[in-house]
Design a protein around this ligand. Structure first.
Ligand code: IPM
Ligand code: MG
Length: 356
């Protein structure tokens, strides 16, 4: 089969890690008899420099024509002083909205070989951790009405948190479908003791649950959920939540695996279209030095094969190759510990290809 992939290398370490993911995809293509065609596109700081805007219309159009998007990272010091609506990060929000990517899937997986890197006590994570955060990505306070106005107490600024029933329903369906393929538990996170938007969220999620009698549904308030994640993370299977709570909880969940540099993500639209990117940022301090860990982007490519192209054997091949490289003791600087073998970005990518 032939697949068209839009490539957004972005800024900082983005280009290096995307290059390794492309090498891995090409290795998969050869082995399994597929053809991947790539369209490189500009977004983020590099697009500001080249085109004067972080998300050129031609990038949006080309992404819409592709079967899936693979993105490295955007942002960097150079653009840090630009006003909020001109910053490279706006490109991410624009892509999410324009491409209808309402479901953000962020797995937090503790790799056996990296268990030592977990900051929690060993007995808390014994037996491993495998959590998926399903974050609503195109609604809530990120996209609600906002503004700044004069008041007797000086300027006041506001951002509105709003969710429509249909927005909640479709993300809940995504979460329950995912739970059916996993351990059949969904934890919905909200602030229903205070917020109207959360009360609606909770009601709709509870309605959707009726279609999934095999799945256990639990509701937690966001403050309690943040606490439970470090107290007893093994209680979680699928966590479903709104945009801003999901932003925060997915960082927390990734940190407790000790491997934030290792984690992939998928942002999915209705149908099978998706944008895939590592959870980590553009790390400008190590850009261009062959020090970045390409595994999160490589694993994002695996998610693309699994979710958008329906190629689960091929996705398994990549994930197993990554596990094998770790088991053999190869480590990029971010996950290096004494007694393991230090490798650079390119070598890490080559080792994964060799395992495939
Ligand atoms: C993320 C990031 C983004 C977000 C920023 C960069 C806009 O933190 O993908 O989690 O808040 O969604
Ligand atoms: Mg975030």
């Amino acid at each position: 089969m032939k697949y068209n992939i839009a490539l957004i290398h972005g800024d900082g370490i983005g280009p290096e890690v995307v290059n390794e993911a492309v090498n891995v995809l090409d290795t998969v293509a050869k082995k399994f008899g597929h053809e991947f065609c790539y369209t490189p596109l500009l977004a983020g700081g590099c697009a500001i420099d080249a085109k004067g805007e972080c998300l050129p219309q031609e990038t949006i159009d080309a992404c819409k024509k592709a079967d899936a998007v693979l993105l490295g990272a955007v942002g960097g010091w150079k653009w840090d002083t630009l006003p909020g609506d001109k910053r490279p990060e706006r490109a991410l929000l624009g892509l999410r909205k324009e491409l209808g990517l309402f479901a953000n899937i962020r797995p937090a997986l503790l790799f056996d070989a990296l268990a030592e890197a977990c900051p929690l006590k060993p007995e808390i994570v014994e037996g491993g951790l495998d959590i998926v955060v399903v974050r609503e990505l195109t609604g809530g306070i990120y996209f609600g009405e906002r503004g700044t106005k004069e008041t007797p107490m000086g300027l006041a600024a506001y951002d509105v948190e709003q969710y429509a029933e249909e927005e909640v329903r479709r993300i809940a369906v995504t979460a329950f479908d995912m739970a059916m393929k996993r351990n059949k538990k969904v934890t919905s996170v909200d602030k229903a003791n205070v917020l109207d938007s959360s009360r609606l969220w909770r009601r709709v999620v509870t309605e959707v649950a009726k279609d999934y009698p095999e799945v256990t549904l639990e509701h937690l308030y966001i403050d309690n959920a943040a606490m439970q994640l470090v107290r007893n993370p093994k209680q979680f299977d699928v966590i479903v939540t709104g945009n801003i709570f999901g932003d925060i909880l997915s960082d927390e969940a990734s940190m407790i695996t000790g491997s934030i540099g290792m984690l992939p993500s998928a942002s999915l639209a209705a149908g099978n279209f998706g944008m895939y990117e590592p959870v980590h940022g553009s790390a400008p301090d190590i850009a261009g030095q062959d020090k970045a860990n390409p595994l999160a982007t490589i694993l994002s490519a695996a998610m693309m094969l699994r979710y958008t192209f329906g190629l689960s054997k091929e996705a398994d091949a990549i994930e197993n190759a990554v596990k094998a490289v770790l088991a053999k003791g190869y480590r990029t600087p971010d996950i290096y510990t004494e007694g393991t073998t230090l490798v650079g970005t390119k070598e890490a990518g080559r080792l994964v290809c060799a395992e495939i």
